[in-house]
Design a protein around this ligand. Structure first.
Ligand code: SAM
Length: 212
């Protein structure tokens, strides 16, 4: 007898696996983190839809596929490594990262969003996340170098300070381009060199910073 899939299982099958997400650690993390807990009561029925949703302050929780593809491209190993996330937002991707990496440092410029995400993630039992309020374009040198950096807001170029805070062989994923559309780029630091690869077109809210 066929079993009906719930909305979360449908999201994993139809939006992630069907589009080529293969990393078991990412798929399992996205199975464990319930996206409906990161959106407003009024958006809960749409929480597993294939789109971003508003989280207040003109910001969004990212589309599940984007969260998956960005996390996959960080090439994290289960239980290992320190990740810097720029743009905490709702804390949804923070939770996915915290499920896989050993430690997550997450920076958000809007203190109300950071506080809400901290409260939510602490309530869910995450104890391997550091919350910073500030300009993530500066990174967070205090805990550098990072095995991986993910920037969940777009800019015309990757901030130099972020690349400098990557470990050798560290990976950085970020949407790069104009205000209306960008390309998701993966940068890999190899000694003092940086290799860059374009992944997919995307649309993200802007990275707001006076330093870039
Ligand atoms: N990944 C998040 C989630 O799952 O909810 C979505 C993040 S949202 C698309 C982008 C976030 O980046 C917003 O919360 C925005 O306030 C934040 N942001 C924009 N510029 C920033 C900056 N310079 N430093 C830190 N955060 C920034």
């Amino acid at each position: 007898m066929a079993h009906d899939l719930n909305p979360l299982q449908q999201m994993i099958k139809n939006q992630l696996i069907a589009r080529g997400i293969k990393d078991e650690a990412v798929l399992e993390a996205m199975q464990r983190v319930k996206r409906h807990l990161f959106v407003s009561e009024t958006d809960r029925l749409q929480a597993y839809g294939d789109f971003p949703l508003p989280i207040g302050h003109n910001q969004t929780i990212s589309q599940p596929y984007m969260v998956a593809v960005m996390t996959e491209r960080l090439r994290l190993r289960q239980g290992e490594g320190t990740v810097l996330e720029v743009g905490t937002g709702s804390g949804y991707q923070t939770a996915i990262l915290a499920e896989i990496a050993s430690e997550v440092v997450t920076v958000e410029r809007i203190s109300a969003l950071s506080n809400k995400a901290r409260q939510r993630l602490t309530g869910l039992g995450y104890n391997n996340i550091r919350y910073i309020v500030g300009d993530g374009a500066l990174g967070c040198p205090e805990y550098a170098p990072y095995d991986a950096i993910v920037v969940t807001a777009a800019a015309a170029h990757v901030p130099r300070l972020l690349v400098e805070q990557l470990r050798d062989d560290g990976r950085l994923v970020m949407p790069v381009g104009g205000a209306s559309s960008q390309t998701l780029q993966v940068l890999t630091r190899v000694a003092n060199d940086v290799h860059c690869q374009d992944i997919v077109n995307c649309v993200f809210v802007p990275l707001i910073s006076e330093t870039i």
